[in-house]
Design a protein around this ligand. Structure first.
Ligand code: SF4
Ligand code: SF4
Length: 377
């Protein structure tokens, strides 16, 4: 059996749904897009993992010949209602960039070990444009919502890849859009108009981006600030947003399928709530937030901020006591967004809380949010 066949069979044996192979040639089109969309993607261009260099694998690894593209289908089990609309499916499935001590990370590690044992040298630290890799390796096509779609699965997939120094048998590229003609459901459904044209996304308007990338100390001058206009459209999404995939006819079959429960998610969903996330204990963070959302947000205060936004958007006065409690949080960021949420809920009780907190607050930014919230009442 050829090495290509052995690699593919091992990947399928590990549970990957699709595996394809492409060359390690430059991803010129992706570089052109990054350059063309300039300021929108400055945070990506400046990412310390060097994504622009990753488009030229042979510059980082002169011996690179092939890239193995792996597709993990993360929607093989059901997602509990209580988590949908709050936490994106890919996070619930604990499958995105999973560390090697978690099941999804260990699968990738096993794949790496196999390829190395087979005599291949493996590229290290090459940040590849995974959707381009997968399409060039013939395992996915594009959606107008910017997601990659695998035939017979849909877009609820995670892509990963391995650069090797070995010539393998290459698959026929599928660098094409696989959407039905005329469909624009994702573009119409996006609450923030982040998808401004087919396959063109302004990340700074995307809910998912705003939920996780807006942290202090990120590249390109990003901060923890989320513009009020976007906050209002975030709904209850505290991490990730699946709207443009949920409305997609290419995902319909999977979304309508009766899938087995994921018992871990069933347990998590039983005591997961936005109010618990807002005034989070260490235990809630360790057992309910971190196991799902270990990836992008590293400090609890950003989850608390997102929970405050979600509660404000729900608009239920029943949450005022929780937000009042959050106004005592030692993190000023949490107090700022709790103030915003109180203003969004409105009413006499919210006004009373805001006025009381205004007289006690020492932080200028929090005071500003309180003033803005009171003005909006
Ligand atoms: S993830 Fe949500 S906000 Fe982002 S493009 Fe899709 S629908 Fe719009
Ligand atoms: S909603 Fe329609 S246009 Fe958007 S990705 Fe799905 S099929 Fe393509």
């Amino acid at each position: 059996m050829s090495l290509t066949k052995k690699i593919k069979e091992f990947a399928l044996d590990l549970g990957y749904s699709r595996v394809g192979i492409t060359t390690a040639d430059r991803f010129s089109d992706h570089v052109a897009i990054l350059q063309d969309r300039g300021p929108m993607y400055d945070f990506l261009v400046q990412d310390p993992r060097r994504p622009v260099e990753g488009c030229e694998p042979q510059k980082l690894m002169p011996s690179a010949k092939s890239i193995i593209s792996l597709v993990w289908d993360y929607s093989q089990k059901a997602f509990p209602e209580a988590l949908l609309g709050k936490v994106g499916r890919v996070y619930q499935a604990r499958s995105y960039n999973a560390p090697s001590h978690r099941i999804n990370g260990s699968r990738y590690q096993l794949m790496l070990d196999f390829v190395k044992k087979a005599g291949c040298q493996v590229g290290q630290g090459i940040f590849l444009p995974e959707r381009w890799v997968a399409a060039r390796a013939g395992v996915t096509t594009y959606g107008r919502n910017n997601f990659a779609y695998a035939d017979g699965i849909g877009s609820f997939i995670v892509l990963s890849s391995i650069v090797v120094d070995t010539e393998l048998e290459y698959d026929t590229p599928t660098l094409e859009t696989g959407c039905p003609e005329g469909c624009r459901a994702c573009i119409k459904a996006c609450p923030t108009q982040a998808i401004y044209e087919p396959q063109k996304l302004n990340p700074r308007r995307c809910i998912a981006f705003n939920a996780w990338f807006t942290q202090d100390g990120k590249p390109a001058g990003l901060s923890s600030h989320i513009p009020p206009e976007i906050r209002e459209k975030m709904g209850t999404h505290v991490h990730g947003c699946d709207i443009c995939q949920e409305v997609c006819p290419r995902n319909r079959e999977r979304l309508q399928a009766k899938l087995p429960d994921d018992e871990f998610l069933v347990r998590v969903s039983q005591d997961f709530s936005l109010t618990k996330m807002l005034n989070m204990t260490d235990e809630f963070y360790e057992t309910r937030v971190q196991p799902l959302m270990y990836n992008y947000i590293k400090e609890p205060k950003y989850f608390q901020r997102n929970a405050a936004i979600a509660l404000g958007n729900l608009g239920d006065p029943a949450f005022i006591p929780d937000l009042e409690l959050a106004m005592n949080d030692p993190e000023k960021l949490v107090r700022e967004y709790a103030a915003w949420a109180l203003g969004r809920i409105g009413g006499n009780l919210a006004k009373q809380v805001l006025e009381t907190k205004r007289s006690l607050e020492t932080c200028g930014n929090v005071k500003k949010e309180i003033e803005a919230a009171l003005l909006a009442l």
